[in-house]
Design a protein around this ligand. Structure first.
Ligand SMILES: Cc1cc2nc3c(=O)[nH]c(=O)nc-3n(C[C@H](O)[C@H](O)[C@H](O)COP(=O)(O)OP(=O)(O)OC[C@H]3O[C@@H](n4cnc5c(N)ncnc54)[C@H](O)[C@@H]3O)c2cc1C
Length: 416
C-alpha cells in the first residue's frame, strides 16, 4: 500500500496528539519533527510542573467564554474532543486525574512527566517516526506535495500539520520563527502579544509591598473612566508591579491596549458597597477608642495599612472617633478604588501564552485545514487562540491537535 506521508512540525502537546491520532489510520505514515532534543519541553513546566491539563467545566459555552472573542472557533473541536474525552484518552494510557479548586484538573501523580511520558510511549507504540533536532526552516510547494526544508535535510510530505506553538517562554522552543514561514505561505498572522503576564506599575511604592498576596479582592482595568475587565480572586505584588491569577487573567484582555490609557483599580472590600463600607466604619469603629493606624491594621495586611497611612495623609495616632466625615470618605474611597497606573504589559519571556498567531479566518474550524492551501493544517497555540489560566490552553492544544490529526484521514477530506 502506498502510504500517505503526514508530517507534524512541533512536538508539543498539540503535535504529539495530532501525530498519535493521524497514526491510527494504517494508510498514514506519520513523521513528527521537533527542533529540540526532546519532546514536550513546555508541557513539562505547565502548572509549575504539575500540569493543569484541562478544566472540569462541563458547559461548553462557559468553557469557550474563557478564550474571549475567538473562543467560538473552538466549538467544533470541542464537540469532537472535549475535556472528558481528553481524560478518557489519557486514562487509556494509564494516567489518573484529580480535580481541584476552580475545576482545575491535574494528574494524580502531580507530575507533568507522567503526561509527557504517556504521550511519548503512545507515539512509539503507534510507530510515529520521531525526528528530534529537526528545526523546520522553510516549506515549499512542489506539485501537490510539501517540501520541508531542515538545516541538513529535506522531506517530501503529502500533508503537513503545523503545531509550533506561539512565542512565549522561547527557551522551550516556541520562538515564533515559524510565523515567517507561515506568512510566506500567504497566511495572515495576527500580531503576537504576550498574554497571561505580570503587569508593570508606575508607582514606586509597590516595591514596599513585594511578595504581599491579597485574597478575595476585585481587580479591574479602567480605560476612559470605564471598567473594561474585572476579576475576583487572588493577586500578588512584585518588585515592579502585580502578578497572580486575577492579574494574569486580566492581562489577556488588555494585551492589545496602550498601557498609558489603563489604570488598575483594586477593590479591597468587594463584599461591601461604598455606602455599606462607610456605614460599617462609622457604626462599628467610631465608638471605639482606637487610633487610625490600628483601624487600618484591622482592615488590611500590615504593609498595605502602613502604605495607606502615607497615601491618605492622616495622622496615624489620631483617635478614629476624631476622624472627620471627609477623612472617612477618603479612606473608604481608597479601600474601594486603590488605583495604580500600568506602565508595562509584560514580555514573551514571562507570558504563559501568546495572543495572536495564524488568523482563524484562514482555518476551517471543523478540520483545522488551511482555507488557502489544501492539506496544510494548524493546531495549538500557533493559531490565534489563547485562553485564561485553569487548563484552558492545554485543552485547546489537545482538541485542535486531535481534530487536525483526525482530519488528515477523514473521508470527506480525502477529496483530492
Ligand atoms: C510556565 C507555563 C505554564 C503553563 N501552564 C499551563 C497549565 O498548567 N495549563 C494549561 O492549560 N496551559 C499551560 N500553559 C500553556 C501551554 O503550555 C501551552 O498553551 C501549550 O503548551 C501549547 O501547546 P502547543 O503544542 O501548541 O505548543 P508548544 O507546547 O509551545 O510546542 C511547540 C513545539 O514546537 C517546536 N517548534 C517550534 N518551532 C519549530 C520549528 N521551526 N521546527 C520544529 N519544531 C519547532 C517547539 O520546540 C515546541 O516543542 C503554560 C505555559 C507556560 C509557559
Amino acid at each position: 500500500m502506498n502510504k500517505k506521508k503526514i508530517a507534524v512540525i512541533g512536538g508539543g502537546p498539540a503535535g504529539m496528539v495530532a501525530s498519535i491520532i493521524a497514526s491510527e489510520n494504517p494508510e498514514n505514515e506519520v513523521y513528527l519533527f521537533e527542533k529540540n532534543d526532546s519532546l514536550g519541553k513546555k508541557l513539562l513546566i505547565t502548572g509549575s510542573g504539575r500540569c493543569n491539563i484541562t478544566n472540569a467545566e462541563s458547559d461548553v459555552h462557559k468553557f469557550i467564554e474563557r478564550y474571549g472573542k475567538n473562543g467560538k472557533f473552538l466549538f467544533s473541536s470541542f464537540s469532537r474532543f472535549f475535556n472528558n474525552d481528553l481524560l478518557v484518552f489519557f486514562e487509556n494510557l494509564g494516567v489518573r486525574f484529580v480535580t481541584e479548586r476552580g475545576g482545575r484538573v491535574f494528574p494524580e501523580s502531580n507530575d507533568a512527566n507522567e503526561v509527557t511520558d504517556a504521550l511519548i510511549k503512545k507515539l512509539k507504540d503507534n510507530n510515529v517516526k520521531i525526528n528530534l533536532n529537526h528545526e523546520l526552516k522553510d516549506i515549499k510547494l512542489v506539485d501537490d506535495k510539501f517540501k520541508l526544508v531542515f538545516k541538513n535535510s529535506e522531506f517530501l510530505a503529502d500533508k503537513v500539520i503545523i503545531t509550533c506553538g506561539g512565542k512565549s517562554y522561547p527557551g522551550t522552543g516556541s520562538t515564533g520563527e515559524i510565523f515567517k514561514i507561515i506568512q510566506k505561505l500567504e497566511h495572515k498572522i495576527v500580531e503576537l502579544k504576550p498574554s497571561l503576564v505580570p503587569l508593570g506599575l508606575k508607582e514606586v511604592f509597590v516595591k514596599s509591598l513585594e511578595g504581599l498576596s491579597l485574597k478575595n479582592v476585585e481587580a479591574g482595568i479602567l480605560k476612559n473612566n470605564k471598567i473594561i475587565i474585572k476579576r475576583f480572586g487572588e493577586m500578588l505584588f512584585t518588585d515592579k508591579g502585580v502578578s497572580g491569577p486575577i492579574i494574569f487573567e486580566i492581562s489577556k484582555y488588555i494585551c492589545r491596549e496602550n498601557p498609558k490609557d489603563l489604570t488598575l483599580s483594586v477593590d479591597l472590600k468587594p463584599a461591601l458597597s461604598l455606602e455599606q463600607l462607610n456605614n460599617r466604619i462609622r457604626r462599628e469603629m467610631l465608638d471605639k477608642n482606637i487610633i487610625f493606624k490600628n483601624l487600618l491594621r484591622l482592615l488590611l495586611p500590615i504593609r498595605l495599612a502602613d502604605l495607606f497611612i502615607d497615601l491618605l495623609c492622616i495622622d496615624e495616632d489620631k483617635k478614629i472617633k476624631h476622624l472627620s466625615k471627609e477623612e472617612i470618605n477618603r479612606l473608604c474611597n481608597l479601600l474601594k478604588h486603590f488605583e495604580l497606573h500600568i506602565t508595562d504589559l509584560g514580555n514573551f519571556y514571562h507570558s504563559i501564552v501568546t495572543s495572536g498567531g495564524v488568523d482563524i479566518k484562514s482555518i476551517n474550524p471543523k478540520t483545522m485545514e488551511s482555507k488557502i492551501i489544501p492539506n496544510l493544517y494548524f493546531a495549538g497555540e500557533v493559531i490565534d487562540i489563547d485562553g485564561e489560566t485553569g487548563g484552558y490552553n492545554l485543552q485547546a492544544a489537545f482538541s485542535t491537535g486531535f481534530v487536525a490529526g483526525r482530519s488528515t484521514s477523514d473521508v470527506a477530506n480525502v477529496r483530492r
